[in-house]
Ligand binder design. Sequence first.
Ligand code: HXC
Ligand code: NAP
Length: 259
Amino acid sequence: MHITKFFPKDLFADHTVFVTGGGSGINFGVAKNFAALGAKVGMCGRSADKLERASAELGEMGAQVFAQTADVRDYGALESVLQATESKLGAIGTLVCAAAGNFICPAEQLSPNGFKSVVDIDLLGSFNACRAAFSQLQKTRGSIVFISAGMSIIPYFAQAHVGAAKAGIDNMMRNLALEWGRFGIRSNSIVPGPIEGTEGMRRLAPGDLGKKLKKSIPLGRYGTTDEIGQAAVFLASPLASYITGTVLVVDGGQTLPGS
Ligand code: HXC
Ligand code: NAP
């Protein structure tokens, strides 16, 4: 993988990363980049099939993997996966809060439960993961990486639910940086731009909409799951040891005013 040309292959030897929603898309790309540098990988998601496929691929890369189904909205289920991860792989050094849900729906048509579902998965689910992993992160003086979205920075049509959830995540990220710095725990967010081949882009920019969107991006292309994985690796690495409370925008310039 590209990342092994720039970072030592044993950077994360004896390091456990846990990725919520790690079985697909961007989040699986994050898991693979950590695995390529020697990390042990824990994951959860709702679908056992996705987790099995992802675990098999990570196993082929030589990674030690533990994956179990859990809905991030269910604190008890998440807590039990995180505890099992510690006993199988060792205490978590990097927590990636990345599980999310999205659909296009104008606010005047969105039901309260539709709004709540997305906020519960993205925002409450991220808090649940941080809270349940706290004691492990305290032991490792580890770090948290949140996967946010451009909707946190600028409003998008028909995305009121996602904007609220992701802006909430970025503010919670800063609160945790402030509160947990005293435990040596760092907390940062990544805002991915449109990433090729992902469920998010299939839902938000199908067909011709995708072509138009590409033209509006200053770098003129979609990003890749590896480009988000590389940013996550950087934020979790010793190179970022004094970085906490930041939002790292990895979007080809998409959210710049005027783009
Ligand atoms: C309007 C919708 C809807 C839609 C669901 N709802 N889909 N409303 N338009 N397309 C409403 C339902 O009617 C219901 O409200 C409520 O949401 C909950 O629906 P459920 O089906 O019970 O939800 P649940 O099973 O919890 O599934 C969550 C989900 C689903 C978010 C709705 O789409 C999902 O599981 N998504 C996960 C995968 C995903 O979205 N990946 C993309 C991530 S991309 P009522 O009132 O009827 O009860 C991303 C940002 C990308 O996050 C940014 C790109 C730039
Ligand atoms: P994706 O493949 O659908 O990833 C979402 C993952 O979260 C899936 O593996 C899903 O698995 C899991 N998940 C969803 N609801 C869950 C729940 N309640 N509990 C546990 N796991 C749950 O979509 P993606 O596009 O790659 O998105 C990944 C992340 O990047 C998300 O945080 C998204 O907001 C962010 N993002 C994406 C883009 C983009 O261009 N795609 C841009 C900006 C930000 P199950 O369905 O099996 O649970």
